[in-house]
Design a protein around this ligand. Sequence first.
Ligand SMILES: [Zn+2]
Length: 347
Amino acid sequence: MNGIQNDIDVLQIRAAKLAWLLCLLVVTLIVSACPRNDRGPNRPAAGASERPAETNSPVAGATAFNGERAMDQLRKQIEFGPRVAGSAQLAKTRLYIVNALRDSGMKVTTDEFDVSTPVGERRMANITAEIPGESRDVIIISSHYDTKLFTNMQFVGANDPGASVATLLEIAHVLAANPQKPKFTYRLVFFDGEEAFCEEWDQCSKPDAPDNTYGSRHYVAQLRNNNELGRVRALILLDMMGYKNLELGRDDMSTRWLQDIVWRTANDLGYGKYFVDRPEGVGGDDHEPFLRAGIDALDIIQLAGYPYWHRADDTADKISPQSMKVVGDVVLASLPRIEQYLQSKSR
Ligand SMILES: [Zn+2]
């Protein structure tokens, strides 16, 4: 290429750039001349639904977990105030959860039951949404949705359990939006009455009547009554996993193979620093009744490393959309691997 040709090329590029800039200017002028608040009759108000979908979904082409939308779901729960089992505020929260699941297109059932607690009779209700799979075998993903009773402070439970409820709702949204039928049947279960009414976890427990995990114990009893225990192949429990300084240790009560798959998946997604290899002592949670019934179960929880646990300042500012997305992405990407493992295992 000679020098003259080179100059002509440069001029042509400049002309093209100028034309492009003029074009951009015209478009900008036209757009800025449009009325700004005219969204038209069918456009949604500004909010979660207008935010761009987040990328890097673990499943190509699928709806991705949206941390901001989960954050909105967290704030809505907190607006109801303290959400103690049996309270009017928890009834409102329940309605909110049921409607959010139905909006995602899921079939939802609530199971009401009465229990005797150290503070008297209480009516509770578990919520279940189901996505039928090719197999009737079930994988449960779950969280409790009640907050702990405190009479000496306003406790709104942003991380315990607001963030896990919000994450579970967003997982439901992603799963329900997937047009492909999953291999296993998925159940999203929201347990009532996980928290003890007395101050300490086992302070008021009796041998046959623990003062905690009311909803999950009832759920397992119902599985047994309906002869469904054998259908449930695994349970994943989310509890306190939205802290902005997320670091999840390995709960020592959880089933090892299930934990290994989830931890390995986290590592493969580049989230290894959040799922660490130190033990996390929990000492009981909603997965325990399932483990006792012979169902493999995993608790994803940050207990020791969450300084605001059962404190008035367990508030929304401690939670980050990114932490909820990390856990949501990891759980969603783990599901096919869990299915594969279960299918390869002889029953
Ligand atoms: Zn708690």
